[in-house]
Write a protein that binds this ligand. Structure first.
Ligand code: FES
Length: 183
């Protein structure tokens, strides 16, 4: 049995998924302790750079959870999150990170069991995947001043993401168009 305990960063929307996680806790539903929760007002608030930074800083998986489609308290926030999710999966693949490490779930305030199940399943899947290969190498290469081409390329890519983020503040759509044009 694997001893690897993956670290998961969970961005949970305040109105639905955070309340769902709270319900799981209050109902004493068991779920693994591998998740660190960051409460955001809406899943649409989760900037793609937050997710990339979570992986860069050592997360093994990232969960974005929000209200069910049609229930977002800001009307279209979760639709934006859904579009970003598709784009980010492709980006992660280019960075050498398995896209399965990023999950998007719709969890209402009444779905404590669903929240717990999502974490259990995610932990199982991440245990099978193991450490993030590229990020592990990047962390090692920090001390050797980015000598390997793959690490250098990855840092260049991160820089590009940061620049894209600055130049595409207005919408997720323009952000994704710029990504595809710059590739
Ligand atoms: S308020 Fe929950 S996803 Fe927008």
């Amino acid at each position: 049995m694997s001893r690897f305990e993956p670290k998961i960063i969970g961005f949970l929307c305040n109105w639905c998924s955070y309340a769902g996680a709270d319900l799981a806790g209050m109902s004493r539903i068991h779920y693994p302790h591998n998740i660190r929760i960051i409460r955001v007002m809406c899943s649409g608030r989760v900037d793609p750079a937050f997710i990339l930074e979570a992986f860069e800083l050592g997360a093994d998986g990232v969960l974005v959870a929000g209200c069910h489609l049609g229930d977002c308290h800001y009307t279209t926030g979760n639709l934006k999150a859904q579009r970003r999710f598709i784009m980010l999966k492709a980006l992660l693949e280019q960075l050498g990170i398995e896209p399965e490490r990023l999950k998007l779930e719709w969890i209402s305030a009444a779905e404590g069991e669903k929240f717990a199940r999502a974490i259990r399943e995610m932990v199982e899947e991440l245990k099978k995947l193991g450490l993030v290969p590229l990020m592990k190498r990047m962390r090692c290469d920090r001390s050797s001043k980015l000598k390997t081409p793959v690490a250098k390329r990855s840092y260049d890519f991160m820089d590009r993401i940061k620049l894209l983020k600055l130049s595409c503040k207005s919408s997720t759509l323009s952000f994704s168009i710029s990504i595809s044009q710059s590739g």
